[in-house]
Ligand binder design. Structure first.
Ligand code: GUN
Length: 284
């Protein structure tokens, strides 16, 4: 691969190898790490993500179960299942795939998951802990981005980091993590007046908006580290990121591809969080 590519597929596999060993030891000592993923409805992208999560778990020896509900399921049924999983001492992690159908209040569902099994890190208690600098579970996508930056030996102290996207899943926790490492952080979003003004100042640029190829080479400072969180499916069926790879790769110091960049790291960090939860259980 070209020398300025940050390869998430390779790093993901490297970290999964280490996790596999840890899972083996935990299992031999009587604690089998276990993740339950709840999928509501039939959104095609969510089905692919969940299948990948469950299959990758199995490859590393983590016990994994997917529970599916039809898109018109009553929230009470899903909340009852979450309560059952919270009380089940053999389950370490519970993940409810987002987005949920419109009859659900996502906040109520996320708050129903026990914070000690919240491997997504979306529960208010875990969001608070992250923002106070003492995280319990770090949300998987920003956690994976931090591992990629570490792998690329990117020094963050005193650097200008610009995040495009302010979601609870990526943008906001990403900001907390970069801030904790000493970067000066700007979060841009759909109302930002002059996006290019901000992105051209960035030493580290994270794109997480879900708009195909919206970040182009003219919006990037030469030598910048560019992280593409977007996974967009084009009409021709191909995947592309939020970053126009061809024009940005020429200017970037480091860049993540899509596919093969952040995506495999998100899954790997979900497994990492599940194993961490299992380690805590084994110490009880
Ligand atoms: N939907 C898109 N990304 C995520 C994620 O990281 N976790 C969950 N639960 N749902 C998602």
């Amino acid at each position: 691969m070209a020398s300025n590519i940050l390869d998430g597929k390779a790093l993901g596999l490297e970290l999964q190898d280490a996790l596999q060993l840890q899972v083996k030891k935990l299992t031999a000592a009587g604690t089998i790490p276990a993740l339950t993923v709840i999928l509501v409805g039939d959104d095609p992208a969510s089905q692919v993500y969940v299948r990948n999560k469950v299959q990758t778990c199995e490859r590393t020896g983590i016990r994994s179960e997917m529970i599916r509900y039809p898109s018109d399921v009553s929230p009470a049924i899903v909340l009852a299942k979450i309560a059952e999983l919270n009380a089940d001492p053999t389950i370490d992690g519970i993940l409810v795939q987002l987005p949920l159908p419109k009859q659900f209040d996502e906040k109520i569902v996320l708050e129903a998951i026990s914070p000690i099994k919240d491997v997504d890190g979306f529960h208010a208690e875990n969001v608070g802990a992250l923002n106070q600098g003492s995280p319990r579970f770090i949300p998987c996508t920003p956690y994976g981005v931090m591992k990629l930056l570490e792998k690329g030996k990117v020094d963050l102290k005193g650097k200008e980091a610009v995040i495009v996207g302010r979601s609870n899943i990526v943008g906001k926790p990403m900001a907390a993590l970069l801030l904790a490492k000493g970067a000066t952080v700007t979060i841009c979003h759909s109302h930002t007046a002059d996006l290019g003004f901000h992105t051209r100042r960035a030493d580290i640029l994270v794109a997480a908006v879900g708009r195909p190829n919206m970040l182009t080479g003219d919006m990037v400072k030469p030598g910048a580290v560019v992280i593409d969180v977007g996974i967009n499916r084009l009409e021709n069926g191909r995947l592309c990121g939020d970053v126009d790879f061809a024009s940005v790769q020429e200017k970037a110091g480091l860049i993540t591809p899509v596919p093969g960049g952040v995506g495999p790291m998100t899954i790997t960090m979900l497994l990492t969080n599940t194993v961490e939860a299992a380690v805590r259980r084994s110490l009880q």
